[in-house]
Design a protein around this ligand. Structure first.
Ligand SMILES: [Fe+2]
Length: 185
């Protein structure tokens, strides 16, 4: 049986900082988005995007059955306000994992950077409302650590995620990992 000290050490090793909140729900959130993780339809213009990750708590445990709501613009920065394009309400699986397929969001006049909105909720955890950004956004000029404050809604560069291009050369998509961390209530 592990000693209390070993347990305390393991807890410290696994602990994660809560994902910083940012931006609030904003004007474009819609409740009751579809539960499909395929937000992209055949023929949609724009760079295909796959976002994947696990939801954790601050102790480093994965959260199963967490609700991950996402919404974003299309490739030219337009939100679908009449319907539910590029919106989803997902649930993390038994390993706390979620993923969705979309396109890279565009820029829109009221905001500086490309972003995906997230609301992550789970019983007995503090709800998280935040936004994820792309390290490849031209606004950052290749240095998000230095230039993140060009968007006044970005308080810390940790919500700016690396973008990897993957797939067959004729069928490339952008891949991003984003692992929200919720505080335990
Ligand atoms: Fe937005």
């Amino acid at each position: 049986m592990p000693s209390a000290l070993a347990e305390a050490w393991a807890e410290k090793e696994n602990s994660r900082t809560p994902t910083p909140p940012g931006g609030g729900l904003g004007p474009f959130y819609k409740r009751l988005a579809p539960t499909s993780n395929m937000l992209r339809e055949a023929g949609d213009p724009g760079m295909p995007l796959v976002v994947a990750g696990q939801v954790f708590d601050t102790r480093g445990s994965v959260i199963r059955g967490a609700t991950v709501e996402v919404w974003q613009t299309n490739h030219v920065g337009i939100y679908d306000l009449d319907g539910y394009r590029y919106r989803a309400r997902l649930t993390t699986n038994g390993e706390g994992k979620y993923d969705f397929s979309s396109v890279m969001p565009g820029h829109y006049p009221a905001r500086v950077c490309q972003h995906v909105h997230f609301v992550v909720t789970a019983p007995e955890h503090k709800p998280l409302i935040t936004q994820m950004y792309f390290a490849t956004d031209p606004v950052f000029e290749g240095d998000p650590g230095k230039n993140y404050a060009r968007d006044p809604l970005i308080a810390t560069p940790e919500v700016i995620r690396p973008v990897t291009l993957v797939g067959d050369p004729k069928d490339i998509h952008a891949a991003v990992r984003f692992e929200p961390v919720l505080e335990v209530l």
